[in-house]
Design a protein around this ligand. Structure first.
Ligand code: CDT
Length: 307
C-alpha cells in the first residue's frame, strides 16, 4: 500500500520585537493558507515562531513575561488553530511556554503538534539548550539556559494521519541522539524549527560553514535513521542579527528534496513517500536486524585509555 504525507515547511522571515502577536499570527495563518493551497497535509513552523528570538538579550523578569505563552491556544493564537480546522491542515508550532508545574512556574522552549481539527496531538520541550545563563566575553549572546529549563518530556512520537511524527528544536538537530531516540521510538517524520545566527563571535573562522553545518546533521540524521526530516528556519535580519535560512525537506536517503531560496516568509512543499523508509531500511539501517546495542558498551569498556 502506498503511504505518502505531503509536508510543508513554513519558513518565516524575521519577527521584530515591535511586532504584535496578532500581526505575527496573521503571517503564520497566511503561510498555512499557502501550504494548504499547495496540497500540504502537515506543516511545520520555526522555533519561537510567535516572537522575536529574545535570548539574544540579557533581560530581567519584568521584561520577559510577554514572550511566553501560558496557554496554547490562547486568545492571541486561536486564529491559527481556527485556520487549521478551516483548512484541514495540522501543524507543528514552536513557542516559549510558561507552565504551572510541580507547584511552580516552569519555562520551556516548546513545540506543539496540532491536528487538522485544531486539537493538540502532542508536545515536545527542547532538550539541548545551547549558549549560557549570562553573557560571556567574546561569545555571541545566546541565553536559552537563562530563560528555559531542559525539556522533561523525552523524545515522544505522535500519530498523525497514519504517520508517526517526532519533534525537535534547533540545537537538537545537531545531536545524533535526537534522531536516534525519535527513530527508536518509531518516528517516520521529524519536524524541526530553528533560529540560527549566521555568524558566531566565538568562531568567525567557521562562518562560511554555517549552512553546511545546518544541513549536514539533518541529512545524516535522516539517512542514518531512515526518516523524513522537515525543518523550518526563522530567517533574515532580526533585531540586527542575521539568522540563516536554508529550510528544507530531507528524504531518508539523505537527499534534500525541497529547499527554501529566501530568508523571508516562504513555503516549500514535498509529497513524502513513507515507503522510502522501508526501502532505505532494507539496504542498511534495519535496527532490529543489524543494530548491536549489547556490543556497544563492551567495545567502549575494552577501548580503555588512549596510550
Ligand atoms: N536556537 C538555537 O538552538 N540555536 C543554536 C545556535 C546556538 S549559538 C550559541 C543552533 O544550534 O542553531
Amino acid at each position: 500500500m502506498d503511504r505518502h504525507l505531503t509536508l510543508a515547511v513554513c519558513q518565516t522571515g524575521p519577527v521584530q520585537r515591535s511586532a504584535t502577536r496578532a500581526e505575527t499570527v496573521g503571517r503564520l495563518v497566511h503561510l498555512l493558507e499557502r501550504a494548504a493551497a499547495a496540497g500540504a497535509e502537515l506543516a511545520v513552523f520555526p522555533e519561537m515562531a510567535l516572537t522575536t528570538f529574545f535570548p539574544r538579550w540579557t533581560l530581567d523578569e519584568s521584561e520577559i513575561e510577554g514572550f511566553y505563552e501560558e496557554r496554547v491556544p490562547g486568545p492571541q493564537t486561536q486564529p491559527l488553530f481556527d485556520a487549521a480546522r478551516r483548512l484541514r491542515l495540522g501543524f507543528a508550532l514552536g513557542y516559549s511556554e510558561i507552565a504551572d508545574e510541580d507547584g511552580r512556574k516552569r519555562r520551556f522552549n516548546t513545540m506543539d503538534l496540532v491536528d487538522a481539527d485544531g486539537s493538540l496531538v502532542g508536545r515536545y520541550r527542547k532538550i539541548h539548550l545551547p549558549g549560557s545563563e549570562a553573557s560571556e566575553a567574546g561569545t555571541t549572546v545566546h541565553l536559552e539556559r537563562r530563560y528555559f529549563e531542559p525539556g522533561n518530556l523525552g523524545f515522544p512520537v505522535f500519530a498523525y494521519r497514519g504517520a508517526r511524527i517526532g519533534l525537535a528544536l534547533c540545537n537538537d538537530r545537531r545531536w545524533p541522539e535526537t534522531y536516534r531516540m525519535l527513530c527508536l521510538n518509531g518516528a517516520e517524520v521529524v519536524l524541526i524549527g530553528y533560529n540560527t545566527p549566521a555568524v558566531l563571535a566565538e568562531a568567525p573562522t567557521l562562518d562560511h560553514l554555517r549552512m553546511f553545518h545546518n544541513h549536514l546533521p539533518m541529512q545524516a540524521g535522516a539517512y542514518q535513521n531512515t526518516v523524513w526530516v522537515a525543518a523550518a528556519a526563522k530567517a533574515g535580519v532580526e533585531e540586527g542579527q542575521a539568522l540563516i535560512g536554508g529550510s528544507c525537506i530531507i528524504a531518508p536517503t539523505g537527499e534534500i528534496a525541497a529547499l527554501a531560496v529566501s530568508v523571508d516568509d516562504e513555503v516549500i512543499v514535498h509529497r513524502a513517500d513513507l515507503g522510502l523508509i522501508d526501502t532505505c531500511r532494507r539496504v542498511n539501517f534495519d535496527f532490529a536486524r543489524y543494530r548491536r546495542p549489547s556490543e556497544y558498551g563492551l567495545i567502549a569498556e575494552r577501548a580503555g585509555p588512549v596510550a
